[in-house]
Ligand binder design. Sequence first.
Ligand code: SF4
Length: 306
Amino acid sequence: MLEVFATYKNSLLFPDQVEGASADMPLDRFSFILDFLISCGYDCCVLTGNEVLRHPELNDFLLVAERKKMSIIIETSGFPNGKINEIASRHKIAIKWKIYHPTVYRQGQYEQLLGNLDIVTKRYKIFTEAVIVVHDLSLDYSFIADFIREQSVNNLYLDILCKAFDRRKEEQLNRLQKINSNFFVLIKQAFEEGIKTTIGCVNVPCGFSDSEFGALIKMGTMMKKCLPYPGVLPDLKVYHCRALINESERNLASFKNWEGLLEYFFKRYGEIQVKTLFFEQCESCLSRRAEVCFGGCLLLKTKSKR
Ligand code: SF4
């Protein structure tokens, strides 16, 4: 599914913020993107940005999408406070709600966020996926246990940012395995509460023990592979995935269809994807041979190659 990165404006300095100074995406470009997707047979896209709630024409974007019968998933931090509740009361949307470690928020903001999330899921019954954004592998994420117990979200998405890793590969793997065994307990808790979890593509099967990995599969936990998850910037340039957003080059208008877009990314990054290994044990790893894993995140492999 394409994500539309409509604005660099932000609400707070969150750890996954993207640097960029260009203007907000205008309405006619958004309309063009929707037409492109419709011509490719799609009826849904993700609308995002550093904080898409700060896009001045968000309401008009949603009206255009409604006219074209496109479903919109809004990805948001939930700030400015209360704005998403206002949007949810007016439009038929789904939400990817990003939850950061509580230390990232200013005093009282995390509690505000939980209050708003409660309104959206209980009063407006909006389909909501809580995206747990992990920017530091040394932090304690046990707060998610209370979050799962108290909130009525539909899905959980575990999103470890590339910035949580550095080049000391083996040490990072140990740290990942440690934090993943805590996440495993939380994923099990979520499963028991009827919430399915998806694990983002920066995580890797070897980040879990064999027994954990087997149990994850039994619970139907989806583990995303490192593949193109394309997005488009306000100037219509496309990127492979959020991690590689700073490497956008080509304009969406130069592609005939979705297959052409994917082919471009496979050609551009294919060699690094296949030949570069992030961890030493990737060389002989069965997950890699069976294509369950392509050997870690493309951005990390690109960086370790440089
Ligand atoms: S291919 Fe590499 S990153 Fe993927 S599971 Fe195997 S060892 Fe881990």
